[in-house]
Design a protein around this ligand. Structure first.
Ligand SMILES: [Zn+2]
Length: 124
């Protein structure tokens, strides 16, 4: 019986989470800034912890909506996967309980389905 190296994938998840969160933040910045600031490119990686302002959006988000929605889903999936690393179910197919191969987890550490269940799902 094989088990995955949860600690390793946890690091991977946290890494991806940071990357996706940054991408999302950039999308928000682009959308929010496009009206009043078309030229400025002063954005750099700041470690400043600014609470996200979610109230003043929804005006200008059509363009990147698909991308943004995708990123938000990935973020949710990553958070769910991190939760599973805590409760010991990480790396198991949520559908059939089979061990998800490590190579699949390396490509997509938030995967919830084994390859077979994923194929079935995609076929409908
Ligand atoms: Zn499965």
């Amino acid at each position: 019986m094989s088990t995955v190296d949860v600690a390793r994938f946890r690091d991977l998840l946290l890494e991806r989470r940071q990357a996706v969160a940054n991408a999302l933040e950039n999308l928000h910045k682009e959308n929010a800034g496009s009206l009043e600031d078309a030229t400025g490119e002063l954005v750099s990686g700041s470690a400043d912890q600014h609470p996200a302002d979610t109230a003043t959006e929804t005006v200008d988000r059509e363009i990147d909506h698909t991308l943004e929605e995708h990123d938000e889903r990935v973020l949710e999936a990553i958070d769910a996967a991190l939760g599973r690393t805590e409760d010991g179910t990480y790396g198991k197919c949520v559908n059939c309980g089979a061990q998800i191969p490590e190579e699949r987890l390396e490509a997509m550490p938030w995967a919830t389905l084994c390859i077979e269940c994923k194929r079935k799902e995609e076929r409908g």
